[in-house]
Write a protein that binds this ligand. Structure first.
Ligand code: NI
Length: 402
């Protein structure tokens, strides 16, 4: 068993070209600047202005204000060829940061707790590098996207035409990943992240005295049966070889121990990988809720919607990224193919339009206390991977645009 420590040492001396390694202090400075000024989805004004200023300084052609706060830069190579897009998300989360670091969030109640500050810094590093090293065939489009954490900036950016003029042939992107140590990358063909669907349901019964249930229709009992029965969709309806989750995350009813309430409310999320299940969970859920409510004489209102589709990587793009990751990382821990997660990502919308590959760049370092999960108020990552991200993208461009 190879220790994480040796993997980190190997990475520290890893396959990052000197001109990109030289960017590392700036990558850290940009990331910390952004970390101190986190902004929620579609409110990334300071972030977009920071990006635009850097691109202007480097003479990189770009457009701002796409889907409110998105920025798109276009960097042509010296010869004609394909168009490869690189996507980075920019938004933060409504979390109060608990880290005590000099670069702590200065915006109360808002925090870069998912690493999107790092994604933006990596894409800026790539823009800086390409502005001086454009000896490739084709064009690189850098997409700085708002609101990944919801309600989603990818779809409005596509609707605004970011995949045209010039038409994008393929797309790549990465997520810093604290579920993996520094020195690992996750690259997978096919489904990497799950479809995200959401529901809200209101159950209406008939309230009354807690000692006289015969005069009531108890929405608490009805809700309890619904919560249990919904679990049977995954257990009994879905092919056991397919993965899926039904989670009821909220259940609210009542206000006193001896009162049967009139109504109950619940909400939750559904996750799965296979696109053929699109629409299926909503139908099954409605049928189950309808049946249970009918049998008790209760009524219901159900809202069910898809937030993001499943994120599906193209097989040949994934194999290109995997071979490059193997060159860059050069450690025995290496490149992990089994890295699926039930988390969702709106990069999925881009991958529905053009072939591409989204991958995980391991960023945890437990020895330094940098291993909190994403969306945790103490989340932080090992910044040494920033230049590795730039190197990955630079090599992908060189391989794709040759
Ligand atoms: Ni994220």
């Amino acid at each position: 068993m190879v220790s994480t420590v040796s993997a980190i040492e190997s990475l520290a001396n890893g396959q990052v070209r000197s001109s990109i390694r030289a960017l590392q202090p700036q990558l850290v400075a940009w990331r910390r600047h952004l970390h101190q000024r986190p902004e929620l989805g579609f409110k990334e004004q300071l972030t977009a202005a920071f990006i635009a200023q850097k691109l202007t300084d480097w003479g990189v052609r770009h457009q701002t204000g796409i889907a409110k706060t998105g920025v798109v830069a276009v960097i042509p190579g010296t010869r004609p060829g394909p168009v490869l897009a690189v996507r980075a998300d920019m938004d933060a989360l409504p979390i109060q940061e608990l880290n005590e670091v000099p670069y702590c969030s200065q915006h109360d109640g808002v925090m870069h707790a998912c690493g999107h500050d790092g994604h933006t810094a990596i894409a800026l590093g790539l823009a800086h590098y390409l502005s001086k090293n454009n000896d490739f065939s084709g064009t690189v489009k850098l997409i700085f996207q708002p609101a990944e954490e919801g309600p989603g900036g990818a779809k409005p950016m596509i609707e605004a035409g970011v995949l045209t003029h010039p038409t994008v042939d393929a797309i790549i992107g990465l997520h810093l990943w604290n579920n993996m140590p520094v020195g690992q990358m996750g690259v997978r063909a096919g489904a990497l992240m799950a479809a995200v669907e959401c529901f809200r349901c209101m159950i209406a019964g008939k309230g009354g005295h807690g000692a006289m249930p015969q005069q009531t229709i108890d929405p608490v009992v009805v809700s309890a049966q619904i919560v249990n029965a919904l679990q049977a969709i995954v257990a009994r309806n879905i092919n056991p070889l397919d993965a899926a989750v039904v989670t009821v995350g909220e259940l609210h009813a009542g206000s006193a121990l001896n009162v049967i309430p009139d109504t109950a409310r619940m909400s939750g999320t559904v996750r799965y990988f296979k696109p053929e299940y699109e629409g299926y969970f909503g139908q099954r859920m409605a049928a189950i809720i309808r049946g249970i409510c009918q049998s008790h004489g209760a009524t219901y209102e159900l809202d069910y919607w898809q937030l993001y589709p499943a994120l599906i990587n193209d097989a040949s793009m994934a194999s290109l990224v995997r071979s490059i990751a193997t060159e860059v990382i050069e450690t025995p821990l290496g490149v992990v193919p089994e890295c699926q997660t039930m988390g969702g990502e709106d990069m999925a919308f881009f991958l529905q339009q053009v072939p591409g590959c989204y991958f995980f760049l391991g960023s945890a370092n437990a020895a330094k206390g940098l291993a909190y999960p994403h969306h945790h108020p103490r989340f932080d990552f090992d910044e040494r991977v920033l230049c590795v991200g730039v190197e990955m993208f630079a090599r992908c461009i060189e391989a794709f645009c040759r």
